[in-house]
Ligand binder design. Structure first.
Ligand code: URA
Length: 234
């Protein structure tokens, strides 16, 4: 999903089906407002969540939406699936088909899943450069030992993608349980990292994305919008 930013003259000429020269005249006459302010500059950028009004008529009003879900097991992190229930199917909102997933979880993984219609926000969260750490609690089939810590921190080479994973944090919680912090989200990354130790993952639960913790009052399958503080803090 790409967020759309367009120059104001191009945006208005496409939306209204008029020439760009006519847009200049409109601006000169103060007929256009963007987010409540009279627009004067054809070079102004208009994004998908800007509020655009021409001659008092609303041309575009689209609110960004940010949702946290407690993803249950056995549900696909996808917007459509032929066979299985998707996380979108679990939502009861009229705008649910405009949403996309910011960071998938595997079919049997549980925990914090974010959904939004804001492509810029979801891209920023998933870019390793922004260093937003995602925290997972992992239950394993065999005991986890201290030598795992250095192996996760060093990174592991994945020949299929020809990449080395970024430094990951591993904290031993108890013999069979570890917390893992990742700045990226490669395909089945945690399972593959424990796979290097021939230690199958039995349960995988995302607890947090950056400073945003899963709201433990949400039962599996439930969701709610993020608060302004949560949105700012992430
Ligand atoms: N790593 C995995 O292997 N699975 C997930 O769902 C998330 C991270």
């Amino acid at each position: 999903m790409h967020s759309k930013y367009a120059r104001l003259d191009r945006y208005l000429s496409q939306k209204l089906g008029i020439k760009r020269g006519d847009v200049r005249l409109m601006l000169a006459r103060g007929r256009v407002r963007v987010n409540g302010v009279v627009a004067v500059d054809i070079n102004q950028r208009v994004g998908e969540f800007d509020h655009v009004v021409v001659d008092g008529q609303v041309l575009q009003v689209r609110e960004p939406v940010y949702i946290m879900m407690h993803k249950p097991m056995g549900v696909v992190s996808a917007t459509k699936d032929e066979k299985n229930k998707t996380v979108i199917d679990l939502l009861q909102r009229s705008d649910k088909n405009a949403l996309h997933i910011a960071g998938r979880l595997d079919f049997n993984s549980t925990g914090l899943l974010l959904l939004t219609n804001d492509g810029r926000w979801s891209r920023r969260l998933s870019e390793p450069a922004t260093k937003v750490m995602k925290w997972y609690r992992v239950r394993l089939q065999k005991p986890v030992t201290p030598d795992y810590i250095a192996a996760f921190a060093e990174g592991m080479y994945f020949s299929f993608e020809d990449i080395t994973t970024l430094p990951a944090e591993l904290k031993i919680v108890s013999d069979y349980v570890a917390d893992v912090g990742l700045m990226e989200g490669r395909y089945h990354q945690i399972k593959r990292m424990f796979g290097r130790f021939q230690n199958p993952v039995l349960e995988l639960h995302r607890m947090a994305v950056g400073n945003l913790q899963l709201d433990e009052t949400l039962a599996a399958g439930e969701s709610r919008e993020l608060s302004a503080d949560e949105l700012e803090g992430i």
